[in-house]
Design a protein around this ligand. Structure first.
Ligand code: AMP
Length: 211
């Protein structure tokens, strides 16, 4: 089963993807995390992407799509979750050319909550893991790496990322109208997990094998 996570910046796509990866064995493809890895490694792609990401703008699709195709080639699971791709109609069409998408999980959170969450979250420099919201940890619980505030998690850039989302990504809800399942992520972690478990077990019965 191939699943897309759609939602505004800070809606919790990374958090949901982590559960799908760790508890259901999904192969997790996050274009944002792959781009950040390229930046950390100082690759040519990373150097170009950095300029766009620092402003909260989309990195040109030809670059992101080549990177995505490489990552799809490494897939080892029958179930894959796309996190952060597609972000525009052009990207949705590019993706449709290479994989079949079964379902699109729209992670829904009101704007005031998601801005607060983005501004208070930390990300591991080494493995990309997100800290739990509200925790004061300075090291990653998974790998012991340093937890930092992402360069694009500040109010000015987040505001632009929301504008870019509204202009380029929001229309994808129409594009995928027949595949969308809404997951409300405005409550507690436990509430979200319960709703997610129900949605995923229904989807796996319909599209995937038990894993
Ligand atoms: P994310 O980690 O998904 O919040 O993405 C962080 C940033 O990486 C975005 O604000 C974009 O600048 C860039 N990015 C991630 N995915 C894409 C994509 N599919 N297309 C273009 N830019 C992307």
């Amino acid at each position: 089963m191939n699943l897309i996570l759609l939602g505004k910046p800070g809606a919790g796509k990374g958090f949901i993807a982590d559960i799908l990866k760790n508890e259901y064995g999904f192969y997790h493809i996050s274009t944002g995390a792959l781009l950040r890895k390229n930046i950390a490694e100082g690759t040519q792609l990373g150097q170009v992407a950095n300029g766009y990401m620092a402003q909260g703008e989309l990195v040109p699709n030809d670059l992101v799509f080549d990177m995505l195709k490489d990552e799809i080639g490494k897939m080892k699971s029958k179930n894959c979750v796309f996190d952060g791709y597609p972000r525009s109609a052009l990207q949705a069409k590019s993706l449709a050319d290479i994989v079949n998408i079964d379902s699109v999980l729209f992670v829904d959170v009101p704007d005031d909550i998601l801005i607060e969450r983005v501004l208070s979250r930390k990300t591991c420099l080494a493995c990309g893991n997100l800290s739990e919201i509200g925790q004061k940890d300075t090291v990653c619980k998974k790998c012991g790496g340093e937890l930092v505030t992402r360069a694009d998690d500040n109010l000015e850039v987040v505001t632009n990322r929301l504008n870019v989302y509204n202009k380029s990504t929001a229309p994808l809800k129409e594009f995928y109208a027949d595949k969308i399942v809404v997951l409300d992520n405005s409550g507690s972690v436990e509430q979200t997990k319960q709703k997610l478990n129900q949605i995923i077990s229904d989807l796996l019965k319909k599209y995937g094998e038990n894993i």
